[in-house]
Design a protein around this ligand. Structure first.
Ligand code: SF4
Ligand code: MG
Length: 318
């Protein structure tokens, strides 16, 4: 299948007064047209940092240090900001930011907030733009008349649908969704997941779905990438990751998912905490928390190796 996104050896560091924080450290992956790639890992592992970097907007004091990001074959690393704004961001790749539904401007109507990009990027008239906004609200299962309402008049689930509609309105090929269900209750979470599955099919969207919750990804992802301390430590088809996880960290994460009818007390947890990326552990970054750590793990960094078809993991046990 056609690759809509190719990321190679990407490094994005936050340059703080105490030194560089290596939030995205030599990350390589790609995304096929119509595919959903789940990106999982504990908070602070660099998932959202990857999202912002792919949008061409690493958060200050972050900067791309090296590597390549190709969208539809076009290199975007090094493009000037005005080109990114005019040609790439929101049009080729868009992002549903974590918590965006709570950042809708309370003084403007939903319609007003949705039509701005259409007027700016597409040169539409107000009427045309409003018409398109109404179509997109319908697409995400909302009453189009919501264009005339204000954010405080909508429920959390409705606001999240507005945010999704807005991210799609310029018809990007790739959408990054950062924890899109995290602040919602369980029933609404399921509705949003179903909506995203429907949109993927209907619009042929390619998606990167970022979450700390592996149980959500099983439902929506074709492939899953597991991040630890700024690196992808395992990536492969969802059923492989869930049924035959190869990396000790993935195994731990999966053991920590509560299953229906299971005693919560029996849940495993991962001892220790994620490392400080200002000064990450030598060798395998997971070694201080890994039950299988050997001498070699403390000294040499394991590279991703293919453990099965399209399934890669970075661990000296493999
Ligand atoms: Fe554990 Fe070593 Fe594998 Fe890292 S390389 S996950 S420390 S066994
Ligand atoms: Mg995050």
């Amino acid at each position: 299948a056609k690759k809509v996104l190719e990321v190679k050896n990407l490094k994005m560091y936050y340059f703080t007064s105490r030194g560089p924080v290596k939030a995205v450290d030599d990350v390589t992956f790609d995304l096929e047209k119509g595919e959903v790639l789940g990106l999982a890992g504990e908070s602070g592992c660099g998932k959202s940092s990857i999202g912002f970097t792919l949008m061409g907007m690493p958060q200050p004091p972050g900067r791309i240090v090296s590597g390549s990001i190709k969208i539809d074959g076009r290199e975007i690393v090094g493009l000037p900001e005005d080109v990114l704004r005019r040609e790439i961001r929101w049009q080729k790749i868009s992002m549903i930011f974590q918590g965006a539904m709570n950042a809708l401007n309370p003084v403007y109507t939903i319609g007003y907030q949705m039509i701005e990009p259409l007027i700016y990027h597409r040169g539409m008239s107000r009427e045309e733009a409003l018409d398109k906004a109404m179509k997109y609200l319908e697409l995400v299962g909302l009453d189009p008349e919501i264009v005339y309402r204000y954010p405080h008049e909508l429920s959390g689930g409705m606001k999240q649908r507005v945010v999704i509609a807005t991210a799609l309105i310029l018809e990007p090929d790739i959408v990054i969704a950062d924890e899109p269900t995290t602040a919602l209750d369980v029933v609404v979470q399921a509705q949003i997941i179903n909506l995203m599955k429907r949109l993927k099919k209907k619009l042929g969207l390619s998606m990167i779905f970022i979450t700390h919750d592996l149980s959500i990804l099983a439902e929506i992802s074709d492939r899953v990438a597991i991040m630890y301390a700024g690196k992808i430590v395992e990536i492969g088809p969802s059923e492989k990751i869930y049924n035959e996880p190869a990396h000790p960290y993935t195994q731990k994460l999966l053991a920590a998912i509560p299953r229906l009818h299971e005693d919560v007390e029996k849940l495993e947890f991962i001892p220790g905490s994620p490392p400080n990326l200002l000064n990450p552990p030598t060798g395998c970054r997971f070694h201080p928390r890994c039950p299988y750590a050997m001498d070699r793990c403390r000294q040499e960094e394991p590279k991703l190796v293919e453990v099965d078809k399209d399934h890669y993991a970075a661990c000296w046990l493999l």
